[in-house]
Design a protein around this ligand. Structure first.
Ligand code: E4P
Length: 217
């Protein structure tokens, strides 16, 4: 399973990249606003800065919601850097735009997906990635992991190449369960990735080994 980091924070992206397990980055307008990016030029430079830190795909989200606007904005974002994947919302004009981008060889990430039907449409339009938001489903008492299972079954039934990018991941058990189900990618906060490292028996065992090493130092 690929690991993407879900942030626009350059320090966190660098830290995840240095860990050596990072395969890409996802951003969204809220994450960009959170790091204080203002103005079109700054936004574009920020995407380029992210691409220069990581080696994998970097999702940059369009803000337009009409077909012509999504196409114009997406083509511009894709021209910024070869690692950019155009993130498009799951709306009618978004699906049309994904189909257009697919025909032009522009890679896409269909975002704000909350149902299997939406994921099926994204795959039929040729999206490179589909982003089911599992944490936000959990927030409304609906098991987000069930959606990942449904999409996995549907895509496997028909051999759709669209990669399932589990999004809105909140904690390490989301990552582990997505891996068990067979999600292609999990995009996670840095805290969820580093939480995978931790086990008290590892800490205790290391402390004991280091103490014993002093005996023959
Ligand atoms: C990533 O592509 C999504 O935009 C992101 O995972 C949403 O996460 P949130 O539900 O924590 O805002």
């Amino acid at each position: 399973m690929k690991f993407f980091i879900d942030t626009a924070d350059l320090a966190q992206i660098r830290e995840a990249q240095e860990l050596g397990v990072l395969d890409g980055v996802t951003t969204n307008p809220s994450l960009m606003a959170k790091v204080g990016i203002k103005g079109a030029a700054a936004v574009e430079q920020h995407y380029i800065d992210i691409c220069n830190i990581v080696t994998g795909d970097v999702s940059a989200e369009v803000i337009s919601t009409d077909y012509e606007g999504i196409v114009r904005e997406g083509e511009h974002l894709a021209s910024l850097h070869p690692q950019i994947v155009v993130k498009v919302p799951m709306i009618k004009d978004g699906v049309r735009a994904i189909k257009y981008f697919t025909s032009k060889g522009i890679r896409t990430n269909c975002t704000l997906v909350f149902s299997a039907g939406q994921a099926l449409l994204a795959a039929k339009a040729g999206a490179t990635y589909v982003s089911p938001f599992i944490g936000r489903l959990d927030d409304v008492s609906t098991d987000g992991l069930v959606l990942i299972e449904e999409i996995r079954t549907i895509y496997d039934n028909y051999g759709y190449q669209t990669q399932i990018l589990a999004a809105s991941v909140r904690h390490p058990m989301h990552i582990i369960n997505c891996a068990k189900i067979g999600a292609d990618v999990a995009t996670c906060p840095l805290s969820a990735i580093t939480a995978l490292l931790k086990h008290p028996l590892t800490d205790n065992g290391l402390a004991q080994f280091l103490a014993d090493a002093q005996k023959f130092a």
